[in-house]
Design a protein around this ligand. Structure first.
Ligand SMILES: [Zn+2]
Length: 309
């Protein structure tokens, strides 16, 4: 299985359009010891011909254009992208679905609750279903393994097992609506098994980790994990108000009980942070936070990373 990491930033990208934090200012001044990043986007393929997207970022159009393997081939309109697996209804991970509305046959895999929020509560998503052979939503359940299958029925041999990692719905979902939905279907991570038998963990937003999940992490070859915030109070310090990382459904990297601590005993996986917020000081490769992450055996994924599993 080929794994292409096309973007690695959390919501807003890096730099973020309205942000003057140290990181964003330094990038604009050309003085940053690190890389700018587009919104998190991963594409996977069993053969380099048929591709599936893990979520769909607001930067998807430029990410597709910048990736020759995702360019259309053959006569007329024919994308190698055959489907999307959605792990949440967060805007930075689902807005890109709307960018794929040009009559392309697609399978969209999501929990029933994520589908309800996007498809039933947001009429714009009807643009994906103007024809019978356009987008088809496929429900999955946390804990139940499913195979990625192309709209023409061609099997990929790639199997996904979703796991609940947060019960928090996006801020745009009204409280009364969230109560109608299944809380375990709010945010999932995916264990993805390649036809080769190797395993990828895709966990870009993780609100809690229990002992079972920790053991499951040690069964993967590569773990792409939530690197959104360095500390729990990162945004509050910056803007003097707002929510903590944990309240937003993200375990911070550094704090006591943070991911460096929690996942320190993992032996098997190559560990890479993704979904990194522009405020996170570990983006600065000249700083102590970056050194600390590297010393703990983690990598900070960059746009353009390529893996084979
Ligand atoms: Zn910033």
């Amino acid at each position: 299985m080929l794994v292409e990491i096309l973007g690695t930033a959390a919501g807003g990208g890096f730099p973020q359009w309205n942000c003057t934090c140290n990181n964003c200012r330094s990038v604009r001044l050309g003085k940053f010891a690190g890389k700018a990043r587009s919104h998190l986007q991963v594409a996977i393929s069993p053969d380099g011909i048929i591709w599936y997207l893990l979520n769909a970022s607001p930067d998807l159009r430029s990410q597709i254009e910048g990736s020759f393997f995702l360019h259309p081939k053959g006569p007329g309109r024919s994308s190698p992208i055959h489907g999307i697996g959605l792990t949440s209804a967060d805007l930075d991970q689902s807005l890109g679905v709307l960018l794929l509305r040009e009559w392309q046959p697609l399978q969209i895999y999501a929990t029933q609750s994520i589908r309800k929020i996007l498809r039933e509560d947001n009429n714009m998503f009807a643009m994906l279903e103007r024809a019978a052979d356009q987008a088809h939503w496929k429900n999955f359940l946390p804990g139940s393994t499913f195979e990625l299958v192309a709209p023409n029925g061609k099997r990929s041999g790639i199997e996904c097992t979703p796991v609940t990692v947060s019960t928090r719905y996006p801020g745009y979902v009204a409280a009364h609506r969230a109560k109608e939905l299944v809380s375990e279907e709010a945010v999932v991570g995916l264990f993805i098994q390649s036809p080769s038998g190797k395993r990828l963990g895709y966990f870009p937003a993780v609100g809690h980790v229990n002992e079972t999940l920790l053991q499951q992490f040690d069964s993967v070859d590569v773990l792409l994990f939530d690197g959104t915030f360095w500390t729990d109070d990162e945004l509050i310090k910056l803007q003097s108000s707002g929510q903590t990382a944990l309240q937003m459904g993200h375990i911070p990297v550094s704090s006591p009980g943070g991911s460096l601590d929690l996942l320190s005993k993992l032996k098997r996986p190559r560990k890479m942070f993704v979904h990194i917020n522009n405020t996170n000081p570990m983006l600065d490769e000249s700083g102590p936070e970056y050194a600390q992450v590297r010393a703990h055996g983690w990598e900070i994924a960059e746009d353009g990373c390529h893996l084979e599993l």
